[in-house]
Design a protein. Sequence first.
Length: 307
Amino acid sequence: MKNILVLYYSQSGQLGEILTNLVNPLLEDSNCLVTVQQIEPEESYEFPWDKKDFLQVFPESYLQIPRPNKSIPDAVKNKKYDLIIFGYTVWYLSPSIPINSFLKGDDAQVLLKNTPVITVNGSRNMWILTQEKVKRLLVDCKAELVGNIAFVDRHWNHISVITIVHWMMGGKKTKYLGVFPKPGVSEEDINGAGKFGFIIKKHLFQENFKQLQEELVKDGAVQIKPFLIRSDKSGNHIFSKWSAHIYKVGLKSSKRRAKWLNFFEYYLQFAIWVFVPIVFVIFLLTYLPFYARIKKDIKYYQSVRLR
Ligand SMILES: Cc1cc2nc3c(=O)[nH]c(=O)nc-3n(C[C@H](O)[C@H](O)[C@H](O)COP(=O)(O)O)c2cc1C
């Protein structure tokens, strides 16, 4: 009998749906006992978001400052698992606050220590450097990262920016204005997540995860658009400055924090609609000379290694 724990945090339920489909091959196997546990913040984040709250979480989210979560029940915590499937989403190029808080807390130390972990992320498309942050936190918990699967919105970057705002602020995964594509991970990808579950099951019963990631990648588990690596790196550089400043200002005055968050919002619009397209042109112009480096980066970010 194999004990599997599915741990995750999802607001809209999208990631929950992905995980349910993904673990279906394990759920249907009488030799697998699957426990599902949601990570819950003590003070929940309202969904749909209002604009102010959406901006308010930026500094703490990016700077990975933990907030209290509810404890994981003892019945779940005091068990040894053969595999943990860890579902997370990305907030401002970092793990969402509940996920970061979990990974930095005592429960994670108990649950993840010396346990194989597969990360599953459900984001818009900017998850690459967040996964590096998650990898480091998993090392701190002495977990053994054996696999990673990324579920993203596959539409053009700027289209997904527009549609995700409509979803996050309106709460419904519908076509914005009736003409834009549906936001988030496509129904096809959500419904097809089970194909990865079969691969995971095979390696779980072989009791050897060494080739797991390679096989997952072959089946399309981690598709990387090279420009998104560049954007993620630039975004992290810029966010590190803004978040540190806003956080510091906010320690003294919440009014000043609100004012700077307002500036940040304007800056974000400028960055998305002006800065990112310029970086894209530069990226295209320098694509050939950097081709070998880009190839190497893609291979690395598809892997579970940590540089
Ligand atoms: C505050 C906030 C910030 C987000 N920032 C990012 C981001 O930087 N990169 C990204 O790919 N997705 C980002 N997303 C999208 C989430 O990763 C996720 O796909 C979406 O919230 C749906 O997740 P759910 O399953 O929790 O509903 C953000 C979402 C929220 C609410």
